[in-house]
Design a binder for this molecule. Structure first.
Ligand SMILES: [Zn+2]
Length: 293
């Protein structure tokens, strides 16, 4: 037993040395005046999982999601090809910003979950992105959705899921995901789907949404639009008196709006929005989801 623990610690140490020497990161550009726009922001921390594990875990998570259409009713990508094309074009603009670390290693596959009641999107490790029709229909401009997509892409590109798993499941670092038994893998995938990112991870994903969009035709701070709309519509989950429980893991929408805008101003990028004309055509091409009255 002692020997097992010792070998585990030794292996972890070797992996850590490898991590420290081989950490790959595309740096955020400076502002036009040479300023570091992300100064003081906590960036991704310790992650002992290899990049290949992000890819393997993402694939398993996608399989699990696709095998459960009652919880995750995916919109048919053949029947609604034009909606998917709109989303993929938006994705390509962000990927082509030249500012991702894993543009070529991860799959960056998109699926629309046909549920108008959910205002959310998420991205698994390895770049499997799921966008609910609810958030697509809630947002008002193409730029706002690009901001949300940039945020989700940042979570995967910064490898936030496996960073969280380094803390939660350290023993998995040394095991092959594909070699795991079905129950363990199932539990792992379930916890990945329900994973809550840390407050620092959320702030970093917001910041990189601005960084990525700064090299596209979109308004770079447009991710603020979703949170501003939540506030305007009285849907601010922090309310006027934020609870400690919520704010310990999530930055409040008003702080997020401020951060998006500050970083956007620092980059001096376009404040002009691409707008809503094409976006409305895209929204209208997605029918009402069957669970809506
Ligand atoms: Zn997030």
């Amino acid at each position: 037993m002692k020997l097992k623990l010792l070998s585990f610690l030794l292996l972890t140490f070797i992996l850590w040395i490898g991590y420290s020497c081989g950490k790959k990161e595309t740096p955020a550009p400076t502002s036009p005046t040479g300023q570091n726009c992300l100064e003081g922001m906590k960036s991704s921390s310790f992650n002992l999982f290899g990049v290949q594990k992000d890819i393997a875990l993402g694939l398993e998570t996608e399989k699990e999601i696709l095998s459960n259409p009652s919880s995750y009713p995916v919109l048919d990508s053949i029947k609604y090809a034009s909606a998917y094309k709109f989303l993929y074009d938006m994705r390509n603009e962000i990927l082509n910003s030249g500012l991702l670390t894993y543009k070529n290693e991860f799959v960056w596959k998109l699926k629309i979950i046909h549920d108008d009641s959910v205002l959310n999107a998420f991205c698994t490790p390895g770049g499997y992105i799921f966008v609910y029709s609810g958030i697509i229909k809630y947002l008002e401009t193409e730029d706002q959705l690009a901001g949300v997509l940039g945020h989700e892409i940042a979570h995967a590109d910064k490898r936030h899921s496996t960073e969280a798993m380094t803390k939660q499941y350290p023993l998995l670092i040394t095991s092959s995901v594909l070699g795991l038994d079905k129950t363990t893998l199932g539990n792992l995938v379930t916890s990945l789907i329900a994973l809550k990112y840390s407050r620092d991870n959320e702030s970093e994903a917001d910041a990189y949404s601005v960084v990525f969009l700064s090299k596209t035709r979109y308004k770079c701070s447009a991710g603020a639009g979703f949170f501003q709309k939540l506030i305007n519509d009285g849907k601010n989950p922090c309310g006027t008196n934020p609870t400690a429980k919520y704010t310990s893991t999530h930055p409040c929408p008003d702080n997020r709006v401020e951060n998006f805008n500050n970083i956007g101003n620092c980059y001096q990028c376009s404040s002009k929005e691409v707008g809503s004309t094409a976006y409305n055509v895209f929204k209208n091409s997605i029918p009402k989801s069957p669970n809506m009255p």
